[in-house]
Structure formats: C-alpha cells, structure tokens
Design a protein around this ligand. Structure first.
Ligand code: ATP
Ligand code: MG
Length: 269
C-alpha cells in the first residue's frame, strides 16, 4: 500500500491507492486526533508512506515512520497538476489559491512555480471568528447554519453609501464587511445565521480579492481554488466565485482539491 499524507494545521488528509480498483481513495482526520490517525496508519500493515505539512513531527512522534517527505508547496503543485490533468482542464499559467487554515497564493506556469503571498484570513478565520461571535465550534453545524443566514443587515454595500445616486463602481460590491453598524446597533439580538453568513462572506471576498490582484500582477486570467475550506461550504464557494468573476478573473474549483498535498505526497512514492 502506498499512502500520501498531508498533515495540515486543522485536518490530516490522506490519499492512497486501493489495491482492487487501483484508484485513489481519500480520508480525512482532525489534526487534533493525531493518535487516531497514527493508529489507522499502523493498522494498514506494511505501507510506504510519504508525508508533507506542518504536523509531520507529531505524526512521527506517534510511531509513524515515513519512507519519504516532501515540502508542502511542492506536494501541492504536483497534486494540482495531477488533478488538472485528470479532469481535462488544460491550464498553462494560473494563480493557485489554497484556502486552508490560512490562505496561501501561488503562481504556476508550465515550467515554474512560486509562492507569491497569502493572507491570514482563511478557513481558520471562519472557525475562530464564528466561534467568537456565536459560540458555535462544530464545522458542519456552522456551515449549515450560515447557509440560512442573510448578510443584508450586516455588510455595507457600495449602494448603501450611494443611496439614490449612481455609484462609480458596482453597487453590489461590499464597501465594508460588517460595516452596517447603524443596523447592527439597532438590533436587540443578532442572528447567529446572519453573523456566520457574513463571516464566510468576509473570508470569501478577501480570498478572492487577493487572488485576483495576484492574477493581475502575473497576467494570469484564471484562479484555481483548493483547500478543505470549500468542503460542504457552498456559501464560501459562491462568495469566492462571484467576487472573482466580478473582478475579472475566471475561478476554477477542483473536485478533491482538498487533497492536493496528499496526492502530491502519494505521487512521490
Ligand atoms: P494549513 O495548510 O493552513 O496548515 P490545513 O491543511 O489543515 O491547514 P485545510 O484542511 O485545507 O487546512 O482546511 C482547513 C479548513 O477546512 C478549516 O479551517 C475549516 O474551515 C474547513 N473544514 C472542512 N471540514 C472540516 C472539519 N471536518 N473540521 C474542521 N474544519 C473543517
Ligand atoms: Mg494545508
């Protein structure tokens, strides 16, 4: 058995080849349950393991002995190229944005790749800010609740400022995330769903805007978005998709994009 592991700050992602079908299978564990991960791996029996990500040392401390290691960004690049080929999406040069716990932004062309920047606003912000505002810590519950929320009374749009006048930029753009202070202050109790939906909007718009600025800098027309933050979070996907298009770039979301690092590690074996 060959097993690629991406031990990230929040989630441990695995990609392995199933003997019978020969196809790649995927598994995810919370990084906080690292002993359960090690147990699962050790129960597989003899396995060739390649690891990447920030939690590698913790896995090793639990008895996992990898055959090889690969730098996180290298693994991610290999995984992205593999998935693009698999899905028949021919892209020569593009911006790659990995929305993990934090967000990192890369430029890839046919022969080169480099990390061009990032933002601390990412999936971890969705978790932490949501908890601070609503007390909700469960990811699935949080994204379900956010889907029923409205940002109308929380986010200030350009059209709210240019009330009755023609704005110089699209009125639907957010002028200020969480900026409708007058509306917020008038309410006795804020709706958790509305707050969660606005947190996801804030993260999505920040991620999309920084990615599109990077695309402009490198003359790239496409942004490929990956990372577990998009798992069952259509609201984030829609916010990122809408804002990326609105700002003039083409967004691409890869199925299994959460597993790029794990796939890259697997391909190393
Ligand atoms: P990094 O690469 O920054 O070290 P990571 O690789 O662990 O972190 P990802 O797994 O790509 O990051 O994404 C983590 C994010 O995915 C979380 O912050 C959260 O928004 C989202 N997420 C998706 N599923 C879950 C889950 N079951 N539990 C917690 N967070 C989840
Ligand atoms: Mg990661």
């Amino acid at each position: 058995m060959k097993l690629g592991i991406d031990a990230g700050g929040t989630l441990i992602k695995m990609a392995y080849i199933e003997e019978e079908s020969g196809s790649i299978q995927y598994r995810t564990f919370p990084a906080s349950h690292i002993e359960a991960v090690a147990d699962w791996i050790l129960k597989l029996g003899p396995a060739e393991v390649c690891v990447t990500g920030g939690k590698v040392k913790q896995l090793e401390a639990c008895g996992v002995q990898p055959l090889a290691g690969i730098v996180e960004f290298e693994a991610t690049y290999h995984g992205v190229r593999y998935l693009l080929k698999e899905t028949g999406t021919p892209l020569e040069s593009f911006i790659l944005t990995n929305v993990g716990t934090g967000t990192s932004i890369h430029y890839l062309s046919e022969h080169t790749h480099r990390r061009v920047g990032g933002t601390g606003v990412g999936g971890g912000t969705i978790m932490g800010l949501s908890y601070a505002l609503t007390g909700l810590a469960d990811y699935e519950e949080l994204v379900r609740s956010a889907a029923n929320g409205s940002r109308e009374g929380i986010d200030l749009k350009v059209r709210h400022i240019y009330e009755g006048a023609e704005p110089p930029i699209p009125g639907e753009l957010t002028a200020s995330n969480f900026g409708r202070l007058n509306m917020l202050a008038a309410l006795d109790k804020l709706s958790p769903s509305d707050l969660l939906s606005s947190v996801i909007g804030l993260v999505g718009e920040t991620v999309a805007t920084t990615s599109v600025l990077a695309a402009g800098q490198f003359g790239a027309g496409t942004v490929v978005f990956i990372g577990s933050s998009f798992i069952r979070n259509d609201l984030l996907k829609e916010a990122v998709e809408g804002y990326t298009k609105l700002r003039g770039a083409a967004p691409v979301f890869l199925e299994n994009g959460a597993y790029c690092g794990a796939i890259g590690a697997l391909l190393q074996l």
